[in-house]
Design a protein around this ligand. Sequence first.
Ligand SMILES: [Zn+2]
Length: 325
Amino acid sequence: MDIINNYITSKNRPRTKRSKTTKIAIHYVGNAGSTAIANRNYFQNTLNEVSSNYIVGLEGEVICCIPHDEIAWCTNNANAYSVSIETCHPKTDGKFNEKTYKSLVELSAYLLNLYKLTYNDLIRHFDVTGKVCPKSFVAKSKGGTDDEKLTAWNKFKADVKKTMVSKEVGNSSSSSNTNSNLSNSLNSNPNSSTSSNLYRVRKTWLDSKSQIGAYKSLDNAKKACKKGYTVYDESGRTVYTKANSNTSKPSNPTSGLTKGNKLLLKDVSLFVSATAKTGNKKTGTYYIYDGAVVNSRLRITNKLANCGKSPIGMYVTGWIRKSDI
Ligand SMILES: [Zn+2]
């Protein structure tokens, strides 16, 4: 499962952080045969107040329309405490095809892990408002296509549980895998500071496909780190780098979020901290200070030579939203 970040920029992304996240809400798009990108563009362009954090498409692709820690207009009064996932389906019966179902299971497991929740924290739109959504997980007697025992919904929750467990087991080994579950995991768990603390070996933090391993032991991660790769901690901070012998070219100049990358900002909010509520608009040339992402924000500095230097307070100009880059 790869997550494509394609954030909407209209008023349907209110840019409000959720203060807590205790549920993952599952939906179906209700528009048979429509694609993930078409639904994303609908959220972008419609005057209706509607959006979601994620959309899972018919090919199993996952589009993130709104960062997982921000409110979307999807699950009514549960928006304040749930991440929402819209799911595409080929026919009007609302049943998901195999690729879509697999990605939905993986995405749900990923988000539950991220927020330290369990499979019992999966909810349906139906549970909040009684709306027949997602149709294939609502009983026939209520207008859906599931049986009265909710066999499909319960199987889904069991599949998510299984995926969560298998990822935990997978993470404890030192083999090179875990790519699929860790795609674009730009944030450590926002609800808790005690995360699983894996060291990931990648070309750049954003390039999750380049990951050659995830390790509990830093020593093992360093051993696995090849030329041109970097060891990152749970929140994307650079821990160890083995530079390319060819130093004239950065390994991934387009990633945008690595230390020292040049940013041309135009009217971007600059905050004094990762959590400050209000910022000042800035325009000009800045550089990524260290690439660490905290609360979906990164530190920037006004001189390339300042990048990574300490004390941080002397060299960091401020924080900007990752999404503004
Ligand atoms: Zn819904």
